[in-house]
Write a protein that binds this ligand. Structure first.
Ligand SMILES: C[S@@+](CC[C@H](N)C(=O)[O-])C[C@H]1O[C@@H](n2cnc3c(N)ncnc32)[C@H](O)[C@@H]1O
Length: 264
């Protein structure tokens, strides 16, 4: 990386930068965050809350479930093993799915995995009872309105769509786990994406921001009925820091947004 910028970039440039980035970082990401995530746990974000504690998806053994941006598919593995759902775990990155396969082999498991961009899901309409992601795809996609339409399209009427992502409010603060991360330094309303750039000024990593108003509007326009907007508080038992997410900041400002919706 040779620099960072906030400037508009296309959906294609976003997807190709992020595919390469997650491919090349897959092993180091797993080494750094694997112990926190667990190979067979479902963690919603750096605060440490698990689906076993929150039951946000309300997944039941009869359900067919799609995970987008699954990474090492830890959440799907927990849903299949603990709840007994039929799951499909998908991700843009072959490297991250390679991690999922390695974990599966080490546990003697074999989850169904598929490589795809979450904005172009290779599934028919209305086939999944639950469609979700824990920090996958949503922050890494330029056209999040399309992502919401795709997640809604493959969900059965009455089925549930849930995602967690960085709380939009965090975009107003520096990405710093300490004191410096508690002072507003940029406009919350500035939706230009965050880019990391190579020596030729090409994006190598991209994250996209939407205000809470726009996140809600995109879900509603996709035909989703919002049932809850959760702002996860910091969990006392979580003492670890993940990038800009730390116990000291997490106790003062929300770090993770969970949007819970029903397909109409
Ligand atoms: C922070 S990880 C989240 C996965 C897992 N829940 C975890 O906590 O490790 C983000 C994942 O989103 C995936 N991703 C990024 N852009 C995507 C897209 N357009 N479609 C599907 N997955 C995408 C990345 O490849 C990566 O595996």
């Amino acid at each position: 990386m040779s620099g960072v910028a906030r400037r508009p970039t296309s959906g294609d440039a976003t997807a190709s930068a992020n595919r390469r980035w997650w491919d090349s970082e897959a092993s180091s990401y797993y080494n750094e965050h694997g112990p926190f995530l667990g190979d067979d746990r479902f963690v919603w974000g750096p605060e440490g809350w698990t689906e076993a504690e929150l039951d946000i998806l309300e997944a039941r053994p009869t359900h067919t479930v799609l995970e987008v941006g699954a990474g090492g598919a830890q959440c799907s593995r927990w849903l299949a093993g603990e709840i007994g759902c039929r799951v499909v775990a998908t991700d843009l990155s072959a490297g991250m799915l390679g991690t999922a396969r390695r974990i599966d082999r080490s546990l003697g498991r074999a989850l169904p995995l598929a490589q795809c961009d979450a904005t172009r899901l290779p599934f028919p309409d209305a086939v999944f009872d639950r469609v979700f992601t824990a920090y996958g795809a949503v922050p890494f996609v330029a056209d999040t309105a399309r992502l919401m339409r795709e997640m809604a399209r493959v969900t059965v009427p009455g089925g549930r769509v849930v995602y967690s992502t960085s709380h939009p409010w965090r975009w107003a603060f520096p990405d710093d786990p300490g004191e410096a991360g508690l002072t507003v330094r940029q406009s919350y309303f500035d939706e230009r994406p965050y880019l990391e750039l190579d020596d030729d000024d090409r994006p190598v990593y991209v994250e996209h921001h939407r205000t809470l108003e726009h996140r809600v509007a995109e879900a509603v326009s996709a035909g989703l009925v919002i049932e809850a907007v959760r702002e996860l508080p910091w969990k006392d038992a979580t003492t670890s820091t993940w990038g800009g997410w730390s116990p000291s900041r997490g106790r003062l400002i929300p770090g993770t947004l969970v949007l819970v919706a029903r397909r109409s």
